[in-house]
Design a protein around this ligand. Structure first.
Ligand SMILES: CC(C)(COP(=O)(O)OP(=O)(O)OC[C@H]1O[C@@H](n2cnc3c(N)ncnc32)[C@H](O)[C@@H]1OP(=O)(O)O)[C@@H](O)C(=O)NCCC(=O)NCCS
Length: 170
């Protein structure tokens, strides 16, 4: 395996990124941001047009070519390739203007056929290193409350719970 990571830009394949992301959706992935941003209708229930929603989100994040994360406020997509084949994507955001600059890993997905081979950990470490090179030492992420497998990976990499998000309908 020869894994490489790159910041996606307007020349990247938005269709392939959308396919990869939408093929990986499970009910346990849904967290409060999916419910706030229209991706999901209810806990465990994706919006019927989720693929089109993800395509629009990806399009809005594919912009100027970059080799490194900027120090300024920025949002984008990182891609993971294995021997040239797209195997993962992550949505990342840099908030360099905050009192303590921080990064957010908004989404991270590895192709379901390639999981449990260490790609997820390598991808996370690459993103954390890219944040560090942009002067960012603090990283946030959120994940659906039942997404235990992902939480185990994040905790292993040093992430700790900082909030409990509650929601009430009705
Ligand atoms: C979460 C996710 C990104 C992890 O990707 P991954 O490539 O499977 O991650 P890794 O292979 O690095 O680690 C996963 C597990 O495989 C194990 N593993 C890694 N290499 C391995 C190997 N060579 N042989 C056997 N097991 C291995 C790890 O020990 C790890 O288990 P643990 O975290 O319980 O200790 C992936 O499962 C995914 O895309 N899930 C769907 C989307 C999602 O939920 N994203 C997170 C929410 S934002």
């Amino acid at each position: 395996m020869s894994i490489e990571f790159a910041i996606a830009d307007r020349g990247s394949n938005a269709d392939a990124l959308t396919e990869l992301f939408s093929a990986s959706l499970t009910a346990s992935y849904i967290s409060h941001s999916e419910l706030q941003g229209g991706r999901a209708l209810a806990p465990g229930q994706w919006a019927p047009d989720i693929k089109a929603i993800l395509h629009r989100e990806i399009d809005s994040r594919l912009r100027e070519p970059l080799k490194a994360f900027p120090k300024r406020d920025w949002f984008g997509v990182v891609q993971a390739f294995d021997d040239g084949a797209l195997v993962g994507l992550a949505f990342v955001t840099v908030t360099g203007s905050a009192p303590t600059p921080y990064g957010v890993i908004e989404d991270i997905v590895i192709d379901s056929a390639r999981r449990k081979a260490g790609f997820g950990e390598k991808f996370m470490r690459w993103i954390l290193d890219a944040f560090a090179q942009a002067g960012i030492r603090r990283t946030f992420l959120e994940s659906g409350i039942t997404n235990d497998r992902a939480h185990h990976l994040f905790e292993r990499l040093g992430f700790k719970k900082t909030s409990i998000v509650m929601m009430r309908d009705g």
